[in-house]
Unconditional design. Structure first.
Length: 378
């Protein structure tokens, strides 16, 4: 005879969806092997997961109700159409995936739903409140690994290892309406709920080139976040955010996408913030809306004058500058209006500031030294 999934969950055959969820929640918490060390708890935990997987799925439940476990799994003895790998009426046979922890995590959205709660004992009475440091549905890279059921703490010393015993028969989540991704309902006795707060912003650097800042551009950034589906399960999804980089935006400019972070019960999703960072440029350095260009100049040209071509961010276009005065190492030339657009007035532009790197010769012949000695002032 096949398994009685209704008996495993302790529900009647006409139980509705909410009753199935409530029973699974209670039974899974009771027999979770990290909390329940009794013999057979692990196998019971697995049976509970399989029963929930079947009864929470309308199609599987329909087949099971008609043909039992053997018909559901295509064993051939549960009803017409049995035998081979197919099930009744052409239904593809069902096989439990074998990992009850996967079912548990999908249901609660985390492998540890307990760390969001702390219990404190005071004169024999208890108050429940949300721990401000708890993040039961936090992103994996920020998650601190704790004992899976270590969130229940007591100062009364009633439990072993400093943990308050879990009243599994009373369903510690039942009175608060926490199902898969459920909210908080009425509790048992005096309660206090932490005000819903928004998770801290998630910040990413967004590298942009000076050419992109000069012309403006559009960038598409893919993020991966946790969402709560219509079926109340938590899952990961990719989302593409489109960022319009406007002309002249300065390094440090922040672009915020409100509430695009992970969705978690009791939390407002974090804002996703991109912070502009300038990529190094091969020719220019940036100073606000100005561009710094360092021109290499021979000692002769620095002394007697020259004309040089200064590049711009317009592809292939240069601007000539005439150096007639002596160029010193600290000299600068300004080419107005050839820099980056002003962020608030993009029709106007900053300047190109030309600095000079004067190239001295490695050596001079004696006759050349004599000539320079006679020509240059002492």
């Amino acid at each position: 005879m096949g398994k009685d999934y209704y008996k495993v969950l302790g529900i009647s055959r006409d139980a509705n969806e909410e009753q199935i969820k409530k029973s699974y929640r209670k039974m899974a918490l009771k027999y979770h092997p990290d909390k329940n060390k009794s013999a057979g708890a692990e196998e019971k935990f697995k049976e509970i997961a399989e029963a929930y997987e079947v009864l929470s799925d309308p199609k599987k439940r329909e087949i099971y109700d008609q043909y039992g476990e053997e018909g559901l799994k295509g064993g051939g003895g549960g009803g017409p159409g049995g035998g081979g790998s197919g099930g009744p009426g052409g239904y593809t046979s069902y096989t439990f995936h074998g990992d009850p922890n996967e079912t548990f995590q999908r249901f609660f959205g985390t492998s540890n739903p307990f760390e969001a709660f702390s219990f404190m004992s005071n004169g024999g009475s208890q108050r429940m409140f949300f721990s401000s440091s708890a993040d039961p549905f936090g992103r994996q890279q920020h998650m601190q690994h704790m004992h899976p059921f270590g969130g229940f703490q007591s100062s009364g010393g009633r439990g072993h290892d400093g943990f308050d015993p879990m009243e599994v028969d009373d369903d510690p989540f039942g009175g608060f309406g926490v199902g898969p991704m459920g909210g908080m309902g009425g509790g048992h006795g005096p309660t206090r709920m932490r005000k819903e707060v928004q998770d801290p912003p998630i910040t990413h650097n967004l590298m942009v080139s000076l050419d992109e800042v000069y012309r403006g551009t559009t960038k598409k950034m893919k993020i991966n976040r946790q969402v709560i589906g219509a079926d109340s399960y938590a899952r990961r999804e990719d989302k593409v955010l489109e960022i319009q980089i406007r002309k002249g935006w300065k390094e440090g400019t922040k672009i915020t996408f409100p509430k695009e972070g992970d969705q978690k019960p009791g939390h407002i999703p974090a804002d996703i913030v991109f912070v502009l960072k300038d990529k190094p440029h091969t020719v220019f350095k940036r100073d606000g809306s100005n561009l710094i260009y360092t021109a290499k100049l021979s000692l002769r040209d620095a002394l007697v004058g020259c004309t040089m071509q200064v590049p711009t961010l317009d592809q292939g276009r240069t601007v000539p500058i005439h150096c007639q005065d002596i160029i010193k190492p600290t000299s600068k030339k300004i080419i107005r209006g050839e820099g980056l657009p002003l962020p608030k007035q993009p029709s106007q532009r900053g300047n190109i500031v030309v600095q000079f790197d004067i190239q001295f010769p490695n050596g001079l012949s004696a006759p050349t030294k004599d000539i320079l000695r006679d020509c240059l002032p002492a």
